[in-house]
Design a protein around this ligand. Sequence first.
Ligand code: SAM
Length: 276
Amino acid sequence: MLSYQHRYHVGNHGDVLKHLSWVSVIQYLNEKDKPYALIDSHAGEGVYSHELDEAHESNQGVDLLNSVNASSGDVSTYLSILNKFKNNNQLPGSPAVAAELMREYDEMHCIELHPQANQLLKQFVKSSNMRISCHKRDAFEGLKALVPPKLKRGAVLIDPPYEQLQEYQLVKETITEVTKRWPNGQLLVWIPLLGRRSPQKGKAAEALIHSLQQLKTEKCDVVTCKLSTKEKTAQEGMYGSALIAINASWKFKESMSKSLSCASDIMGPLYTWSVE
Ligand code: SAM
């Protein structure tokens, strides 16, 4: 069941998209002094080794983001976090990105079910001075139980591995429940864009993107960000990914347009992006 390990994919272009979005949401929350709660439903190990044999997918992601001079706004913030970890031969996962940005009075709940990943996550949490709690439970059940958090301001990152076809449906059902229980919470949902090698999952991913876009109302903005590589062949698996922001702040669309434009300029002509 739990065979996916993010250490073999860490730092890829999917991570660039989700971590830039996470930075944008947290920086927005940081604009007010009021404390907030973050929930990372599929947290992973927290921090990863940047040894090239393990972190090879970073060649098509964070390793291309190497020009601090050309960066601006949230990309500069993300780059300084990346550089801090790279100096120790590490790459930050989503909990580490958040821990760098939250204040000592904010809180974060990280859910991770894989025994080894959960153990490593606990070590990361212990080494951080932030108010972070670690939950070893199923993400979909745990997320529903954790919302609404006591601190009513906040955001959720939902980043499943989508190894099982049923995860696409589980994400949809969980989001329906979470938005009911926590109408003010901002939700970020990461979804892979898959080539013809995975036709069933590709269709399920497109259907999930479409159904989440339907949640847009006058009171609830839904923004779809995509970052893809143009190297899309019939054999290819994941050629890009989408990040759906539900209940997005008024600033999110503009800040992500700036970030993805800047990041794809640095990453080179093979990368394409959209925000709508
Ligand atoms: N968000 C992380 C980051 O950006 O660094 C990466 C997360 S990785 C894509 C997905 C994680 O979800 C894996 O560590 C996996 O062990 C965990 N996972 C898979 N199914 C789960 C479940 N049902 N409940 C909790 N965690 C799960």
